[in-house]
Ligand binder design. Structure first.
Ligand code: FES
Ligand code: FES
Length: 169
């Protein structure tokens, strides 16, 4: 049985959902992943493809505020739900506190992993504004950074938590 808001047409799905506050309607083959839908059909290229196997976290987006692997998530499962990608956070002129903290700590080298990491960090800070270092490590455990900037990434999340709590951002 099809979910409300999903219409099948010859092996395709018309999916209505929210992305970064907008309400696009996309028509994709029914096995299309959320990652492919975001990148190839909506032009949201900030979400990365790494392993395709739920092993690296590069593809992480938020669905109703929870981090999910977009590489294996079928697009039809987000019908009627709210998706947040890295494009939904700040802008170059007004970066989100996490983005500013990652800049301040120079927490990226190639940057490939950072969209997913920042979104997982956002989910953490939304639920726990004052996480311990151990809680940050645990929240980011499913992410790989091949450049090895782990210590700077953790410092950036700590900085963002601090600035957000103090209303400095
Ligand atoms: S691309 Fe999805 S976890 Fe690696
Ligand atoms: S900054 Fe290069 S993979 Fe993380």
């Amino acid at each position: 049985m099809l979910s409300l808001g999903v219409a099948a047409r010859e092996g395709r799905l018309a999916i209505a959902f929210s992305v970064n506050g907008s309400a696009p309607s996309v028509d994709v083959p029914e096995t299309t992943s959320l990652l492919e839908t975001l990148r190839n059909h909506l032009g949201l290229m900030g979400t990365r493809y790494g392993c395709g196997l739920e092993q690296c976290g590069a593809c992480t987006v938020l669905v109703d505020g929870e981090p999910v692997f977009a590489c294996t998530r079928e697009a039809g499962t987000v019908t009627g739900r709210s998706v947040t990608t890295i494009e939904g956070l700040g802008t170059p002129d007004r970066p989100h506190p996490l983005q500013q903290a990652f800049l301040d700590e120079q927490a990226g080298q190639c940057g490939y992993c950072l969209s997913g990491i920042i979104l997982s960090a956002k989910a953490l800070l939304d639920q726990n504004p004052k996480p311990s270092r151990a809680q940050i490590v645990e929240a980011l455990d499913r992410h790989l950074c091949r450049c090895g900037t782990h210590q700077r990434i953790i410092r950036a999340v700590e900085r963002a938590a601090h600035t957000s709590r103090r209303g400095l951002a």
